[in-house]
Unconditional design. Structure first.
Length: 146
């Protein structure tokens, strides 16, 4: 008597989903998500402000946002660097998943614990990490202007 293979495949799919859920819930970030950091000290630009990225979203890791920030030329031109130590940060970018395709980000100035920028983004029409990086630069420029 032949057993149906649907049950066998369904159990494999379920096992794979459970494994992925555990992987994501544990906060394990694969090595390929870690960005190659480029330090402004090496490029001759003095570091003026250290940025720590904290993502509460399972779908968008802090490492991916860091990578997109480092790829923004104005980020480095303005002397920003990425730090992995929250106690060393001047600015914290917080990202959280709000609704199905909506994400909320806040830019917090650590010394005064003041939210200096923020907003809501959609994951539709591009990556959330890239949108956060672009909005960070835009918002920081707006705050810096007299």
């Amino acid at each position: 008597m032949r057993t149906p293979t649907v049950g066998k495949h369904a159990s494999r799919v379920l096992f794979a989903i459970l494994g992925l859920s555990f992987y994501l819930a544990a906060g394990i970030v694969p090595a390929q998500d870690k960005p190659a950091t480029i330090s402004p000290q090496r490029s001759g630009v003095p570091a003026s402000r250290k940025v720590f990225v904290h993502s509460k979203s399972v779908l968008v890791s802090a490492a991916v946002v860091e990578d997109k920030l480092l790829k923004q030329t104005e980020f480095q031109q303005r002397g920003f660097v990425i730090t992995r130590n929250v106690d060393d940060a001047d600015i914290v970018i917080e990202l959280r998943h709000d609704l199905l395709t909506k994400y909320v980000f806040s830019v917090i100035e650590v010394k005064s614990q003041t939210v200096v920028a923020g907003g809501k983004l959609s994951s539709i029409g591009g990556t959330v990490a890239e949108k956060v990086a672009k909005r960070f630069i835009k918002e920081i420029n707006a705050v810096s202007q007299p």
